[in-house]
Design a protein around this ligand. Structure first.
Ligand code: ST9
Ligand code: ZN
Ligand code: ZN
Length: 333
């Protein structure tokens, strides 16, 4: 029942039931873009972000110190908050809204948007816009977290400086009408700040306090700030570590790599050589649910009738690509 698509030489072919939605998704690498000649524009630090990110990481360290004083229920709740916010990014902003790799019913989209606000990684519209330029202009000036600028820039540095003008110039030319037409996405964008205050900070803090008498401090620093910081860093590792360390069995000409540790912490998003080679695959990996809780979640949603039209790459297409462009490290299964 899973949809399959052909993918050749980086060009998408629209020839199946999914053509209508996929033809508008601009997530395919554009090799016609070249960086502008001459000196790079100066790096402009954004001190507000530098200070806030530093404070957040100090608060997360304090959360670590408090861990021994948290109840087991609070620790379990922290894991639940981690998983919900992670799904809001992986199954929501990434696989659904950036890549349109499956279709989700309105109730599922509402859940994913709420989960996405819990993750507080910019609203879905902004996240997906930045992510589409990341795929289309990967490892160039127009890539928001261009990994050729080093681990630190790709990980967090890009959030602490003004964007390279090419990110904005190229981003403005992207086709985003599918996002603008999605009422759930636009509603979340309109009410983003309030939704973050409620879902990223208040709910994680107040649930343990109200239901099992946890202290407000433990609730705020552990399921609140520590969980938020860990989710951010797990996400950023996809941009940093998975663009630097790992094998390239599908395409050795690009930087993104297969990184099992990142796949584990980012609940399925570390198979990054595969993902940049076949960005429309709903599993972001050749191997289904392996180290990939997000795929298990989407499969469950399909089983429950809340999602449909999962796009997959044909095995023959993958094999041919491995033969043609892989680095020779390919292992099946
Ligand atoms: C965060 C995001 O952490 C993380 C994303 C990670 C992505 C990962 C991808 C990997 C694959 C998936 C794996 C998922 C794994 C998940 C695992 C979970 C466990 N196109 O941005 P501004 C225009 S966020 C078109 O201010 P500056 C636009 O007009 C953390 N246009 O640029 C815009 O206005 P508007 C929390 C664009 O001034 C205007 O420019 N958040 C584009 O250079 C100004 O935009 C923060 O820390 C574009 N791409 O500032 C906040 N971009 O939006 C961080 C911009 O109104 N952000 N425009 O249309 C900022 O403070 C700023 O963006 C800045 C740059 C200082 C970084
Ligand atoms: Zn990437
Ligand atoms: Zn992607």
């Amino acid at each position: 029942e899973t949809e399959t698509r052909n993918h050749q030489a980086g060009k998408q072919q629209n020839g199946d039931a999914m053509a209508e939605t996929t033809s508008t998704v601009e997530d395919v690498f554009d090799d016609t873009y070249t960086e502008k000649e001459g000196p790079k524009p100066p790096r402009m630090l954004v001190w507000r972000n530098i200070i806030l990110m530093t404070l957040l990481h100090i608060a997360a360290l304090y959360g670590l110190v408090l861990l021994p004083s948290a109840s087991v229920l609070t620790l379990a709740w922290t894991v639940v908050c981690y998983l919900i916010s992670a799904l809001g990014v992986t199954a929501g902003a990434h696989r659904l809204w950036s890549h349109r790799s499956y279709k989700a019913s309105p109730p599922l989209r509402v859940f994913l948007a709420l989960a996405n606000s819990m993750a507080f990684q910019n609203d879905i519209y902004e996240w997906a816009r930045d992510h589409r330029v990341h795929h289309k202009y990967s490892e160039t000036d127009a890539d928001p977290h261009n990994a050729t600028r080093g681990f630190f820039f790709a990980h967090i540095g890009w959030l602490l400086v003004r964007k390279h003008p090419d990110v904005i110039e190229k981003g403005k030319k992207l086709e985003l009408s599918d996002l603008r037409a999605d009422k759930v996405v636009m509603f979340q964008r309109r009410h983003y700040k309030l939704s973050v205050v409620l879902l990223c900070f208040l709910v994680p803090t107040l649930v343990p306090w109200y239901f099992w008498g946890e202290s407000l401090a433990v609730g705020y620093f552990i399921p609140g700030l520590l969980r938020y910081t860990v989710t951010l860093n797990a996400t950023w590792l996809v941009n940093s570590a998975a663009h630097i360390w790992g094998n390239r069995p599908y395409d050795k000409s690009i930087n993104p790599r297969e990184n099992p540790l990142v796949a584990f912490s980012a609940i399925g998003e570390g198979f990054h050589n595969y993902h940049h080679t076949f960005p429309f695959d709903y599993s972001t990996s050749e191997f289904g649910c392996k180290l990939n809780l997000t795929t298990a979640f989407i499969d469950t949603m399909c089983f429950l009738g809340l999602a449909t039209d999962r796009k997959r790459v044909l095995k023959e297409t993958i094999r041919a690509r491995v033969q043609r462009t892989g680095d020779g490290s390919y292992k099946s299964g």
